[in-house]
Design a protein around this ligand. Sequence first.
Ligand SMILES: Cc1cc2nc3c(=O)[nH]c(=O)nc-3n(C[C@H](O)[C@H](O)[C@H](O)COP(=O)(O)OP(=O)(O)OC[C@H]3O[C@@H](n4cnc5c(N)ncnc54)[C@H](O)[C@@H]3O)c2cc1C
Length: 334
Amino acid sequence: MKLYRNASLKRFNSLGFDSTAEELIVARSVDELADALDTTEPITILGEGTNVVLKSRLRGRVIRPTMNAIYLAQQMKSSVLVSVGAGVNWHELVRYTLGRGVGGLENLALIPGSVGAAPFQNIGAYGVELDQVCEGVEVFDRERRTVKVLPASACKFTYRNSVFKSSLRDRYVICSVNLRLGNRELLTQYRDVDQLISGRSRTTLTPTTIAETVIRIRRRKLPDPRQIGNVGSFFKNPILSESDFDRLCDKLSIEGHHELQGIKVSAARLIDEAGWKGVVNGDAQVWPRQPLVLVNRGNATAHDILDLATRIADDVHRRFNVKLETEPEILGSF
Ligand SMILES: Cc1cc2nc3c(=O)[nH]c(=O)nc-3n(C[C@H](O)[C@H](O)[C@H](O)COP(=O)(O)OP(=O)(O)OC[C@H]3O[C@@H](n4cnc5c(N)ncnc54)[C@H](O)[C@@H]3O)c2cc1C
């Protein structure tokens, strides 16, 4: 296990920001992870850096878990239990499972980042969230210094949230994720997916064709972070109470989706309606094809992006009385 001092994180964040970690350790096994965590320094866990805004300096120790094993742990007639190391790339996992004829992750194709980060914010796209396929999460418990498996019910998954991101944020490091997969009814009701497959006979649809459809939609809408720095959606879709939703509808015509916690509305629609599409701040820009995405056009800094995000959120609040919550984690100090 190697420790790097004053390490540049520029290659390890999809916004491509210059940021320096006082210490950086790559942990290739659970034992190396346990050793790396054995310090009094502040700890930051970093996956592939596709959902973080890094300020110029990260104090203490940054640890990148790279455990990369995939086990098809248990096979039953209609489902397969897959155990996947935190360091595996999420889309590689989607390809791996589809390539073995195992469906379940097709709607989540092409989400950037690592498997270990997926439970952190309960990743989701095109009508599916991780919690629909997650059976449990193996974690290193920093308080007890042991490894244990949390069943999905203990992870308290909700829309872009979990215990890992909220109440138990600094206690657990995710080592691997157990997924219950298998071919089940294909979920095609999401509008963009439905439009692209309309006209096709349902009998010709497979998990792989759905994944290909999702990949086409994502490539059309979202900038490729390898070419244009971004972290995907910068804001969560707000969830409103019935009365707040009614008040918003008095101001503009907007669809609401009923969820357990309230009525979810599109943050992109609010940002677009407020006129922010394409707006530039320094070298940061609101992506013209998807106003939820803020991009680094080349030399943007964390300051440019955060300033732009604050101006957007303030304006949306002023116009529509809706609070936008940031989705990526903002780490470090200037
Ligand atoms: C173009 C683009 C499109 C995107 N589309 C989507 C989408 O459709 N849906 C969606 O949900 N997200 C989306 N995202 C966001 C991102 O892909 C996910 O949040 C992804 O899970 C982040 O993975 P990562 O490895 O890069 O995590 P990082 O950015 O490295 O980390 C994110 C957070 O997770 C924590 N973390 C990471 N690994 C671990 C671990 N092993 N244990 C404990 N905590 C950990 C980190 O401390 C950090 O707080 C998109 C991002 C981009 C750039």
